[in-house]
Design a protein around this ligand. Structure first.
Ligand code: 5GP
Ligand code: ZN
Length: 110
């Protein structure tokens, strides 16, 4: 499987891992939109959220819930985003939730 995120999970590509659960893992984005930009992904390879099992889905969003308080403490506001499919802007075809610290000083729309 030629997937960057699967390679991070297997340890073939280094990443700053933050927290891991049974089915999910969170790590820092290598090209952050803002300092503290976190990605939360399922350990199994799925392209879209609806491809995951309910258990994987609840585990993923439970880890999002855990991580959002940490990310939110950076600026007090967080952008949550999922590009669910190529035409929605998904570049890595492995489900990932973006958690991006935002502030009133960020440029609009960034
Ligand atoms: P997408 O556009 O698919 O929603 O987001 C993919 C994200 O993966 C981007 O924010 C990009 O910076 C991040 N990314 C791409 N390659 C790597 C990598 O090798 N390591 C890490 N940690 N993040 C990556
Ligand atoms: Zn993958």
């Amino acid at each position: 499987m030629d997937c960057i995120f699967c390679k991070i999970i297997s340890g073939q590509i280094p990443a700053k891992i933050l927290k891991e659960t049974d089915d999910s893992i969170s790590f820092l984005d290598a090209f952050p939109l803002a300092k503290g930009h976190v990605l939360v992904i399922p350990k199994n390879h799925h392209q879209k959220i609806q491809d995951m099992s309910e258990k994987e889905n609840s585990d993923l969003f439970s880890l999002v819930h855990t991580m959002i308080s940490k990310v939110d403490s950076i600026t007090g506001s967080t952008l949550l985003a999922v590009h669910n499919g190529k035409d929605a802007g998904q570049e890595v075809p492995h489900v990932h939730v973006h958690l991006v610290p935002r502030s009133k000083y960020d440029s609009a729309g960034a």
